[in-house]
Design a protein around this ligand. Structure first.
Ligand SMILES: Cc1cc2nc3c(=O)[nH]c(=O)nc-3n(C[C@H](O)[C@H](O)[C@H](O)COP(=O)(O)OP(=O)(O)OC[C@H]3O[C@@H](n4cnc5c(N)ncnc54)[C@H](O)[C@@H]3O)c2cc1C
Length: 259
């Protein structure tokens, strides 16, 4: 990920260096992981359940890097947020398949249970929920993945009351973890179809207003465009910019393949 300067709100650190206010988060080095389970819960995506060797427990919001190496030595690596809670014996990743994507197509089309993957993690010290601070979670598309880890952790702690959740996708069928998010009481904003009494439309400040409470930290995750507009909505509602943490999924100079 690259940052485009310091304007609010804060963006996560690609290499996980803590900023002021970051919790002390665990960090792991390169290791291997066995694909213990694989599902395709929605079209154009794969859920991988990884048995990470010598695993270091993560905090919700952290991610792993997956590195692929071809026979000629060519490597490509990409970041994937952890969807599982820390108490899950496996690390769950959810990968949206991009038709022209180098790594996501391999993970979605080629990887099979029993395969070994090279991974590094957990990574990230900023986009991390500490399990005690009230939080407003706002995710778009596969950007819901780290938020699902937060919801699962809160449920395990018996503290779902700490979280308010708003998620957006084009349709319910395209929303990762839709059933779990609905069950957790998330506001579901679909852009291409109605959901309940809410007509199909982009997420608005009026969607977020009832979820906002003083003292919350906001976690915004999704494509660069979604993250930008959602964080602007939150700041426009009056959230202090320093309380809005943003993780953007997208192409990154740090992730360019190397020969
Ligand atoms: C911290 C972090 C966590 C992430 N977590 C997840 C996750 O949980 N699940 C997940 O599916 N992805 C996640 N991503 C995105 C992921 O790292 C890859 O960028 C994505 O899988 C595409 O890689 P690729 O090799 O398939 O595509 P590439 O070969 O890199 O790119 C193919 C094409 O798609 C464009 N593109 C690249 N990434 C995206 C994107 N995210 N959205 C739209 N267009 C894109 C490129 O510009 C290019 O045109 C995360 C990214 C970061 C930085």
């Amino acid at each position: 990920m690259t940052d485009e300067g310091p304007p609010p709100p804060h963006h996560s650190q690609a290499r996980g260096e803590p900023l002021d206010g970051a919790v002390s988060a665990p960090a792991g080095g390169w290791t291997t992981a066995t694909v213990a389970g694989l599902r395709r819960p929605i079209a154009r995506a794969v859920e991988l359940r990884l048995d990470v060797h010598d695993r270091i427990d993560h905090l919700p919001g952290q991610h792993y890097v997956v590195r692929l190496t071809a026979e000629d030595g060519y490597t490509a690596q990409r970041s994937y947020s952890v969807a599982s809670a820390p108490d899950d014996p496996l690390v769950e990743l959810f990968v949206e398949r991009l038709d022209d994507g180098e790594v996501s197509t391999y993970l979605a089309d080629v990887v099979e249970p029993g395969d070994e993957l090279e991974v590094r993690g957990p990574i990230g010290g900023w986009f991390v929920w500490d399990g005690v601070t009230p939080a407003l979670l706002v995710g778009g598309g596969s950007g819901v993945v780290p938020l699902v880890a937060m919801v699962r952790h809160a449920r395990a702690l018996g503290r779902l009351d700490l979280l308010r959740v708003a998620v957006s996708a084009r349709t319910l069928a395209e929303l990762p973890y839709a059933d779990e998010l609905v069950e957790a009481g998330a506001l579901i904003a679909l852009t291409r179809e109605a959901h309940g009494i809410r007509p199909g439309a982009r997420l608005t400040d009026m969607d977020l207003l009832p979820l906002w409470e003083p003292g919350q930290t906001a976690y915004v995750c999704g494509s660069a465009g979604f993250a930008e507009s959602a964080s602007q909505l939150l700041v426009g509602l009056g959230l202090p910019a320093a309380s809005v943490r943003v993780e953007r999924f997208g192409p990154s100079a740090l992730e360019l393949p190397k020969r």
